[in-house]
Design a binder for this molecule. Structure first.
Ligand SMILES: Cc1cc2nc3c(=O)[nH]c(=O)nc-3n(C[C@H](O)[C@H](O)[C@H](O)COP(=O)(O)OP(=O)(O)OC[C@H]3O[C@@H](n4cnc5c(N)ncnc54)[C@H](O)[C@@H]3O)c2cc1C
Length: 559
């Protein structure tokens, strides 16, 4: 379904050999699949082994180290990095599928590889050429890893609370403060969000006055920087992924992006990372689903395999439906990111475009950007909440054995929960989506959906009509949100669900048009989700801000 022809022509010009490029992408995916299949058994066996802090250094558990070496030897590190720094600059879609496979095999390892690629991409976009030359080839070779240091004890979802201080002395920058919950905190390169000293008091409590820094553990002259790993956390899952408390004691750092504009630059990394965590959710859920389906065929009760029971068939079908729905939304978003990147490259390569051509391309870029800004939080929200439900259902399919300490699906469930929390909790994702809706994103998104639904044919047409009716229902119900912003926030989950339902429906119907085997999947999504949508719409329409007071009264029964 991806138009690789257009993608590569925009990116590399008309002489590009699209078939060779496609074959290379498939080669990367096949190599990755082979390696992931090999590393999965060790990852399951070593699931309980945590990273450890030894003499101030993080030591990753043996299965993580071995798997990392295996992936590094195959050249699958920092795949999005540009060729001029030694990378392949693979499309986001393919990088995302790689992360899914790694997550399916070892969710802890994925955090290390995902952050490494994400940090390198942010350096590529926002650091000086000197910093790019110094660090990016080492990212690509796998010699250095990355960490993203945002969270502080008082600054979790609200990064306006950041108090780590960045002071400037004779054109050099130094950081003082403490960051918590830092994944792969032992990494050589830390991207740190810190508050500028000169506007500290004025900007406190806001995301203004924050700058983004690259803080290496080893300074260019070979001396150790004052960045200390204080502690590693004990967690309920992803034990192989080190989660650290990091202290900066006047550590030297290098400014990335413009001073005071760090939050915007970090949002880029976070949006990338959100698609990565969505991939992690899909990968973990896929592992659990695979085990559940296998078990349902083997385990017999009442003389037949449990998978032959109608209730069990429905449970498994729902699991597949939700996994494929999450994947469809994620791919739709990744393809849009790739489309925009290829258009940008085209504009850079063709300086002689007419003003009219250039402004048309800029209009397309902006429209796609509006869609990406809405789809990214929705994709993260859907994939991670789905992961939570699918891994939980996989335990249910296994019955009592699913609850045993050695149960693989239970481990997957414990690994999966964090996906709904880091890179912004589900509540934060739906609030972000609501903000984009408030800025008018639905108009562009729905216009595109209507176009795509109009292009469907045959047996799919009645389903396309139902989705069109769903879109109209959302538009009608949305009017109720205008009465009060608090009520809109209260409704942001059902609103996000409704929007997800019609986008995924369209994407699954398009898949069914290309591959008729997917007809039942798409039809079932439309039938089930358009009913849910009607219920959500009625609930949103029938309420008002007084529901908040009612929530308070209900909670007070327990106070
Ligand atoms: C294993 C792990 C790894 C992590 N890795 C990193 C990392 O590498 N780098 C990094 O910087 N951070 C990292 N984090 C931190 C993570 O991003 C935060 O934990 C997360 O953003 C939530 O912040 P918090 O824990 O302070 O929760 P809080 O912000 O205190 O939220 C608590 C609850 O309140 C809800 N809530 C908060 N605000 C709102 C709102 N406006 N509307 C509705 N509900 C709201 C949340 O959804 C949540 O349910 C990691 C955390 C963990 C557990």
């Amino acid at each position: 379904m991806v138009d690789w022809e257009a993608y590569y022509r925009h990116r590399k010009g008309d002489d590009v050999d699209v078939e060779a490029e496609r074959a290379a992408l498939i080669g990367v995916l096949e190599t990755c699949a082979e390696i992931c299949q090999e590393i999965e058994p060790e990852a399951r066996k070593g699931w309980n082994q945590p990273a450890e802090l030894v003499d101030g250094e993080v030591v990753q558990p043996p299965h993580i180290r071995a798997a990392y070496e295996r992936i590094r030897d195959a050249g699958l590190i920092s795949l999005p990095i540009r060729e001029k720094y030694g990378g392949f600059e693979l499309p986001t879609l393919v990088c995302n599928i790689v992360l899914q496979m790694v997550s399916r095999a070892d969710a802890g390892l994925m955090t290390i590889l995902g952050l490494q690629a994400g940090a390198a991409e942010d350096i590529q976009k926002y650091a000086s050429e000197e910093l790019c030359q110094r660090y990016l080839p080492r990212f690509v070779s796998g010699e250095v890893q990355g960490a993203m240091d945002l969270t502080e004890p008082q600054a979790g979802s609200d990064l306006g609370g950041i108090l780590t201080r960045a002071s400037e002395e004779d054109g050099r920058f130094f950081l003082d403060g403490e960051k918590i919950f830092i994944t792969n905190g032992g990494a050589e390169i830390h991207l740190v969000l810190a508050r500028d000293d000169d506007t500290f008091e004025k900007s406190k409590g806001t995301t203004k006055g924050l700058s983004l820094f690259l803080c290496p553990r080893t300074l260019p002259d070979g001396k150790r920087n004052a960045l200390l790993i204080e502690r590693l956390e004990h967690k309920m899952g992803i034990h192989g992924s080190p989660t650290a408390v990091v202290r900066f004691e006047h550590a030297e750092a290098f400014l990335m992006a413009k001073k005071g504009e760090g939050f915007k630059a970090m949002l880029d990394l976070m949006n990338n990372a959100r698609l990565g965590v969505a991939a992690q959710g899909v990968g973990i859920a896929e592992a659990a689903l695979d085990l559940a389906i296998r078990y349902s065929k083997e385990r017999k009760q009442f003389g037949i395999p449990i998978g032959d029971q109608p209730l069990m068939k429905n449970m498994l079908a729902r699991m597949v439906l939700h996994l494929e729905g999450s994947r469809a939304l994620l791919y739709r978003c990744a393809v849009l990111v790739d489309r925009n990147r290829s258009l940008e490259m085209y504009m850079e390569r063709e300086p002689d475009l007419s003003d009219a051509e250039r402004s048309e391309l800029e209009r397309m870029l902006e429209r796609n950007q509006v869609r990406i800004r809405l789809l990214t939080p929705l994709a993260k929200y859907l994939a991670t909440e789905t992961c939570d439900q699918i891994t939980r259902s996989a335990i249910q399919v296994h019955g009592g054995i699913g609850f045993m300490a050695e149960s693989e699906v239970a481990k997957l469930h414990l690994d999966g929960i964090i996906t709904t929390i880091y890179e912004g909790t589900s509540e934060i994702q739906v609030s972000f989506a609501l903000k984009e809706i408030g800025k008018g994103a639905l108009e562009i998104v729905f216009e595109q959906l209507s176009k795509e639904l109009g292009a469907l044919s045959g047996d799919l047409v009645p389903y396309a009509d139902k989705v069109r009716a769903g879109i109209q229902r959302i538009i009608k119900a949305s009017a109720a949100l205008l009465q009060d912003f608090s009520y809109a926030l209260l409704s942001s989950k059902p609103v996000a669900d409704m929007v997800v339902d019609v986008i995924v429906a369209t994407e699954l119907l398009k898949q069914a048009q290309v591959d008729p085997q997917r007809f039942d999947l798409a039809a079932s999504w439309v039938n089930r989700k358009m009913l849910d949508l009607e219920m959500h719409a009625e609930r949103v329409e029938s309420g008002g801000v007084d529901r908040i007071a009612r929530c308070e009264r209900i909670v007070s029964l327990f106070e």
